[in-house]
Design a protein around this ligand. Structure first.
Ligand code: ADP
Length: 164
């Protein structure tokens, strides 16, 4: 039986940092489910359909990657889908505390579920969806943060300054 893992996240929007983690997970595991949170505490800028669409256009070509929206407990969804591990990216020590707490919580909820951490690519350690949103909202260039195929759609939506 192949090994299935799940990469959960908000992906609001997807960045080169996410793409790097998903691509590396796809190289290591048989089946990678990219799970986009449907109901988020923090109100997303993009709808779940838009966030899934951006992911499909950037990592949809990877044959063992599946992109889905999901709701509810990650530990339950992982069990339902037969995933043996959660894959998360670690950028800096600041990510560690929260990620460690989530990993232990998920293992408590589902003892068969482990969490695997990939160290971020050094060139993306500063990068987050929030950075994309902040820079684009001020009319800044986001070409170092998101791929060209989704640039315009993201920029036009977020740029409140009207310049391009
Ligand atoms: P969440 O809202 O759960 O933090 P995100 O969409 O922000 O979801 O991130 C999803 C996953 O991608 C997380 O594991 C996060 O650590 C990872 N990630 C985000 N940005 C980067 C990056 N620049 N490099 C490596 N991993 C990243």
């Amino acid at each position: 039986m192949g090994r299935t893992v799940i990469c959960p996240g908000s992906f609001d929007p997807v960045t080169f940092g996410h793409i790097d983690i998903i691509t590396r997970a796809a190289g290591m595991f048989d089946h990678v489910i990219v799970g986009v949170f449907i109901n988020m505490e923090k109100k997303p800028n993009f709808t779940v359909e838009e966030r899934i669409g951006f992911l499909k256009r950037t990592v949809g070509h990877l044959p063992n990657v599946e992109i889905v929206g999901f709701d509810g407990l990650l530990a339950d969804y992982a069990r339902e889908r037969g995933a043996t591990a959660i894959v998360r990216g670690l950028r800096a020590v600041s990510d560690f505390e929260y990620e460690f707490q989530m990993a232990l919580t998920n293992r408590k909820l589902n003892p068969e579920l482990d969490t695997v951490f990939f160290a971020s690519d050094a060139q993306y350690t500063y990068l987050s969806s929030s950075i994309v949103k902040n820079v684009a909202s001020l009319g800044g260039d986001i070409s170092n943060f998101v791929p060209a195929c989704i640039y315009d759609e993201i920029f036009e939506r977020l740029n409140t300054k009207g310049n391009h």
